[in-house]
Ligand binder design. Structure first.
Ligand SMILES: Nc1nc2c(ncn2[C@@H]2O[C@H](COP(=O)(O)OP(=O)(O)OP(=O)(O)O)[C@@H](O)[C@H]2O)c(=O)[nH]1
Ligand SMILES: [Zn+2]
Length: 198
């Protein structure tokens, strides 16, 4: 299945405008297919990124640092693969380094590489954790995602305010309850976290 041309993608948007009940030829909508297709390039930029590449560069001069590294409150925007509407939330990532650490921004880039695709939250959670585990070989990895799904707030069941929380714990975070507790305490899970609403 080859990638369609830009013209084909714009034609598909014109069909959807007609499906919504409007006229793609009216002045206000003439440039809309082009804008939508350009927006899709942003929304789905993750397909062009190789997440493993992002984590190739590591640093080993850490003077023996062997405690957990946590990056919390990483905002992400993803898209529900069932309804193609936004999933907006926050990711919290931790790992227990084994001599090597990765540049901090790469953790946020890793989240985006998987978020900017058609997703379900469970799959995205596993993809982030497993990629970090496979490329960095740390002693443990923890990933928690909390997000609100516009397919649940702006349509269907209309439950604004509900948030989905998913997690994946590997290595020390799975096996050792105190490591897991320390991570949860650091990200503030015990005190409650504000989830940005879609
Ligand atoms: N587990 C999971 N479900 C999701 C996620 N995003 C959306 N969904 C759900 O996917 C389901 C799709 O269900 P269907 O019954 O096929 O679709 P639908 O008729 O549009 O369902 P409603 O949303 O209940 O109106 C819905 O229950 C959504 O809430 C996600 O990230 N994880
Ligand atoms: Zn959905």
């Amino acid at each position: 299945m080859g990638k369609p041309t830009r013209e084909e993608a714009e034609a598909a948007v014109r069909v959807l405008i007609r499906w919504a009940g409007d006229d793609p030829q009216r002045e206000g909508l003439l440039d809309t297919p082009g804008r939508v297709v350009r927006s899709y390039e942003e929304f789905f930029a993750g397909y062009a990124i190789d997440p493993a590449d992002l984590l190739q560069r590591t640093f080993s001069e850490v003077d023996g640092y062997d405690e957990m590294v946590v990056l919390k409150d990483i905002r992400f925007e993803s898209y529900c693969e069932h309804h193609m509407v936004p999933i907006i939330g926050k990711a919290h990532i931790a790992y227990l380094p084994d001599r090597r650490v990765v540049g901090l921004s790469k953790l946020a880039r890793l989240v985006d590489a998987f978020a900017k695709r058609l997703q379900i939250q469970e799959k995205m959670t596993v993809q982030i954790a497993d990629m970090l585990d496979a490329t960095l070989n740390p002693k443990g990895v923890a990933v928690i995602l909390e997000a609100s799904h516009q397919c649940m707030s702006t349509r269907g069941v209309h439950k604004a305010g509900a948030s989905m929380v998913t997690s994946r714990m590997l290595g020390a975070f799975r096996e050792d309850a105190s490591t897991r507790r320390e991570f949860l305490a650091i990200i503030g899970q015990s005190t409650g976290i504000h989830v940005p609403q879609a």
